[in-house]
Write a protein that binds this ligand. Structure first.
Ligand code: NAD
Ligand code: KPL
Length: 303
């Protein structure tokens, strides 16, 4: 069965190139005819691994010319996912499966509500990739991807394609808890790296602030019924800060490159969830507000 992939950005390209070279039937869905023409003149997607570029001539179509879709990898940013799925919904088969690769929380629910006929599979990934140029992606960090379906525990048969493509993955019955855990990690690290304009390791100088945030995030996870995701959160945050000390967080990279952030699906989502639970989290709220003001001052959207 064909893999349709929307989003020829970093993660979409990383998946597309590995599936294609393992012999899977892959088709990229590009925004419009103009983008398709640029792709065709590039001759395909280039993936750079260990400094070695390789171009893969993966077939592509523009959204307007795309045929029926049975299996879709939605690999765009969280804020683009609902609009993209509205465009694709009429093309989805009755029993379509849609893999949602978005970071954070909030977009998955909105997408699933727009396509009630499809099976939505949620993903949480620690792989790292960035775009060096249009249709040219660098595979920057090997990681792992967890996939799961909160409504149906049976794993899909196509996991074998991921196996053959050497996409490290596991089927996770607790995918929602994993997404919450990653969101909490991102909330404890990413906004502070933006506000202090530092690498992740720079937060070792702000450990009291990190600890206070972890305490509040812990309360939030418990209040939202995600107690497992709360276990050892602070310890893991410190471990991640140490292990990625030399790196800039993804939010820091977005801001420094003047790109819109996924704030609404990370700390914004966490603050909204706390409000729904009538939970007072003053430090998390203050951090969200400081980050919002910082984004305003840098001409970037708050959501
Ligand atoms: P990206 O910006 O590199 O790629 C997204 C692509 O989607 C872009 O090419 C964009 O043009 C395309 N797109 C958006 N709307 C579209 C539409 N309607 N039609 C066609 N194309 C459309 O983003 P990314 O870094 O690949 O991130 C995707 C998601 O994965 C994000 O939620 C991100 O947080 C998450 N993630 C990324 C990484 C990483 O290392 N890049 C790691 C883990 C998680
Ligand atoms: O996921 C991350 C990110 O930068 O988005 C880490 C490295 C865990 C920091 O929160």
């Amino acid at each position: 069965m064909r893999w349709h992939i929307l989003g020829a950005g970093s993660l979409g390209s990383l998946w597309a190139a590995r599936l294609y070279r393992a012999g899977c039937d892959v088709e990229l869905i590009l925004r419009d005819q103009q983008r398709l023409a640029s792709y065709q003149s590039a001759g395909g997607l280039t993936l750079i691994e260990d400094n070695q570029p390789h171009c893969y001539p993966i077939p592509a179509v523009s959204i307007d010319d795309c045929g029926p879709i049975s299996r879709l990898l939605l690999a765009c940013k969280a804020y683009d996912a609902p609009t993209a799925i509205i465009q694709l919904a009429p093309l989805l088969a009755e029993d379509a499966e849609v893999i949602l690769l978005q970071n954070g929380l909030g977009s998955q629910e909105r997408v699933a509500a727009l396509i009630p006929q499809a099976r939505c599979i949620l993903a949480s990934s620690t792989e790292g990739a960035f775009r060096q140029a249009d249709f040219c992606t660098v595979f920057a960090g090997h990681g792992h991807t967890w996939l799961g379906d909160p409504l149906q525990s049976e794993p899909p048969t196509w996991l074998v394609d991921l196996q053959q493509s050497q996409i490290n993955h596991d089927w996770a019955e607790d995918i929602v808890s994993r997404l919450w855990r990653k969101l909490a990690l991102n909330c404890a690290i990413n906004p502070l790296t933006v506000l202090y304009d530092c690498r992740n390791g720079g937060l070792l100088e702000h450990q009291a602030e990190v600890a206070t945030l972890c305490h509040e995030l812990n309360q939030l996870l418990h209040a939202c019924g995600m107690s497992t995701a709360a276990t050892g959160l602070h310890e893991q945050v410190i471990r991640v800060i140490n292990a990625t000390a030399a790196n800039y967080s993804s939010m820091h990279q977005d801001v420094s490159q003047k790109r819109r952030t996924e704030i609404a699906y990370l700390i914004g989502y966490a603050c909204a969830a706390a409000e729904r639970q009538q939970l007072q989290l003053p430090h998390l709220n203050a951090l969200n507000e400081r980050l919002g003001q910082y984004l305003d001052a840098h001409g970037l959207p708050r959501h």
